[in-house]
Design a protein around this ligand. Structure first.
Ligand SMILES: [Zn+2]
Length: 327
């Protein structure tokens, strides 16, 4: 099974130290976040994660996008929203460079491009002009069009794209509007797309299952009820198995117990296990339909906690797969 992250990582910046860094600082071109990206990438590589993120270190999930889209001043909407320049591309390219430099296994690691979803951005900005309010459909669709351009600008540099739409589990936004907006972003992209919705999704899963994405990514460690969706999904599931609300580091056994619980529910999924599909081989089915990751982002953890949680996630899922293979 592929091991990945949801996205954000603790932000460790560094003041200029070397002569070159100090010169760059004087010239105003020193980037304290490039060190934060390096820390995030190194930790993910050392933990054994397969598809890495840049750590989303430049701000929170809304800030990163609104501060780079036309039509915003801070979080205030002051005009029609448009995409001007690639927002996350430079950090993705830096992530690739760092992987090439530090990864022992050449060419096997991928990068996940991450976009914050149109409804989630719309819900957390202040609408002062051009649109009527936070639920205005043209605000949501203009955001979707802008995010589509961002997706197109990064797709040649990533192995998958994830759209974060946590707001959808709150019921504040019409799922039909969200679905049309997501379709606008994902149509005709060259790479697989995941949609991450944390929180309780069991009541809205039937609809999420019809969204135009390849992977649905949810939390299971902090929300056992979500396990029920494994019985109905016909998409790949990003299986959040690390609790990102708790500081304690899960033991390998605890993670394996949750994976076992998930597998038991997945076995009731007729569309995956019926008509001789995948020959009923459990490891093949898991590889095809399950992706391992933490419940959500890890930005707020101390660095060592984030790293240990990731490391245990990878170790536990690898051990679990080996044990299943021997059965
Ligand atoms: Zn989340």
């Amino acid at each position: 099974m592929i091991k990945t992250v949801v996205g954000s990582y603790p932000v460790i910046t560094k003041k200029p130290e070397s002569f070159l860094e100090k010169i760059k600082d004087i010239l105003g071109i020193y980037d304290e976040y490039s060190y934060a990206i390096e820390r995030a990438v190194l930790d993910q590589l050392n933990a054994g994660v397969d598809i890495l993120s840049d750590g989303q270190v430049r701000g929170d999930m809304v800030e990163i996008f609104v501060s780079n889209l036309y039509g915003f001043e801070g979080r205030r909407v002051i005009g029609r929203i448009e995409h001007v320049n690639p927002i996350t591309l430079n950090d993705i390219k830096l992530t690739q460079k760092l992987i090439n430099k530090h990864s022992k296994e050449k060419g096997v690691k991928g990068i996940k491009g991450i976009l914050t979803g149109p409804c989630t951005i719309a819900s957390s900005v202040k609408v002062e002009n051009y649109y009527s309010d936070n639920k205005d459909e043209s605000l949501i669709y203009d955001l979707a069009n802008a995010l589509k351009k961002e997706a197109e600008s990064i797709q040649d540099h990533v192995s998958m794209i994830q759209i974060d739409e946590p707001i959808l589990s709150t019921g504040i936004y019409e799922l039909n509007t969200a679905k049309r907006a997501i379709k606008r972003i994902t149509e005709n992209l060259k790479v697989p797309v995941a949609m991450h919705v944390c929180g309780k999704v069991v009541d809205i899963f039937e609809e999420l299952n019809t969204f135009n994405v390849d992977i649905l990514d949810h939390e299971f460690a902090s929300n056992r009820k979500n396990l029920d969706i494994l019985e109905e999904t016909n998409k790949k599931i990003g299986f959040g198995c690390i609790n990102t609300k708790l500081k304690s580091v899960e033991s390998l056994d605890k993670i394996k117990d949750l994976l076992n619980e998930g597998l038991e529910v997945l076995k009731n999924n007729n569309s995956l296990f019926s008509d001789g599909k995948n020959n009923g081989n459990i490891l093949d089915i898991l590889n095809e339909y399950i992706l391992i990751d933490p419940d959500c982002g890890m930005r707020l953890f101390p660095l060592d906690i984030a790293y240990k949680k990731l490391r245990n996630m990878v170790r536990a899922s690898e051990e679990w797969e080996r044990e299943l293979g021997y059965e």
